[in-house]
Design a protein around this ligand. Structure first.
Ligand SMILES: [Zn+2]
Length: 337
């Protein structure tokens, strides 16, 4: 029996015994690899019935392997598949931007979560949504593997120590995430959240063969993200005595992705004040993306003269909420009212 099958069997047994989910059991075992994997929970005789060998421990190659490594250069050791964190001589933020799913999500939050007077590092609630973007990255690369940059290309890009090279490779994934995520409540509750719920169920049941320790590691991180997802929507009694959910500021990562893609392709970013071709002033709060290029449309709120403490300024109308094609935006307003 491979270590892998042993691991899965141990996880299944632990899950059954403790009445916890399979994913939770896997993670518990991964946290205690000695107890979990090397000492199988099955009895020796049960293992013998499957005429399996006990798991063997192989050392790993001493340095990241070339992408086309066939293993002959390091007999009796398993391949070390390069990951961004292995390129120690490049800047931390470059490695972070290349690391999926958590690193890149953190990097975009760091770049685009704007500081506000009360929150010099960006809104706490928005930063907290970083894990949601990571979960979206995990789902998209799982469901559409072609969105994940190839190891060789990513390695070469990281070695340049240049964020633009990483961003270019990640663009298909970022664009897919920007097209999926939204700031429109009906879309979030009606389409995006159900999709992520389904993915969370898939991850819990995921029984695909794990071939390398990196894959085990990756699966572990996705499991943690799914746990976070479940916690966010779980009802519990709050300090006021009412049932409540933590939730997550789900609109925040959409803004980061829009800003990133506008930086690369032009267009109007989050919060841009524009004039429409019919003369109305408006503020952009989200962009709609096609397969390539600049935004094809914008979600806007009309700007109207302030009537209360903000007389003489143009302020977003809270009741207006429109989708306008990019041709209907004449240009940016030069007022800073
Ligand atoms: Zn190798």
């Amino acid at each position: 029996m491979t270590t892998d099958k042993q691991f899965k069997r141990a996880a299944r047994e632990l899950a059954e015994r403790e009445g916890i989910s399979y994913t939770a059991a896997r993670r518990r075992l991964a946290d205690a690899p000695e107890a979990g994997v090397s000492a199988p929970l099955t009895t020796a005789s049960a293992a013998a019935e499957d005429d399996q060998e006990p798991p063997r421990i192989y050392p790993t190659a001493g340095a990241p392997c070339p992408v086309d490594c066939d293993g002959t250069a390091h007999p009796n050791a398993v391949c070390w598949l390069w990951r961004p964190e292995d390129s120690k001589h490049v800047r931390h933020e470059v490695r972070r931007a290349a690391q999926l799913p958590n690193g890149r999500a953190g990097e975009l939050c760091h770049r685009y979560e704007p500081p506000t007077p009360g929150y010099p590092n960006g809104s706490f609630f928005a930063r907290e949504a970083t894990w949601l973007l990571a979960l979206v990255y995990a789902m998209l690369t799982d469901q559409r593997p072609e969105l994940r940059p190839g190891r060789a290309e990513l390695w070469a890009a990281v070695e340049t120590d240049d964020q633009a090279a990483i961003d270019a490779l990640m663009e298909p994934l970022d664009r897919a995430a920007a097209r999926l995520l939204t700031k429109v409540p009906e879309q979030w509750w009606g389409e995006v959240k159900p999709r992520l719920d389904a993915y969370a169920d898939f991850v819990d049941m995921d029984d695909r063969e794990l071939r390398t320790w990196q894959e085990i590691d990756d699966r572990h991180h996705v499991g943690r993200l799914v746990d976070q997802w479940r916690r966010a929507w779980k009802e519990r009694r709050g300090s006021e005595g009412y049932m409540e959910r933590t939730g997550v500021l789900w609109s925040a990562p959409k803004g980061w992705l829009d800003d990133l893609l506008v930086e690369q392709h032009g267009g109007h970013g989050d919060g841009a004040r524009v004039r429409l071709t019919d003369g109305r002033p408006a503020i952009v709060y989200a962009a709609e993306w096609s397969e390539a290029g600049a935004p094809v449309a914008y979600r806007i709120r009309e700007l109207e003269p302030g009537r209360h403490g903000n007389i003489g300024k143009l302020v977003p109308s809270l009741t207006s909420d429109e989708l306008v094609a990019r041709d209907l935006v004449a240009g940016e307003l030069d007022d800073q009212a």
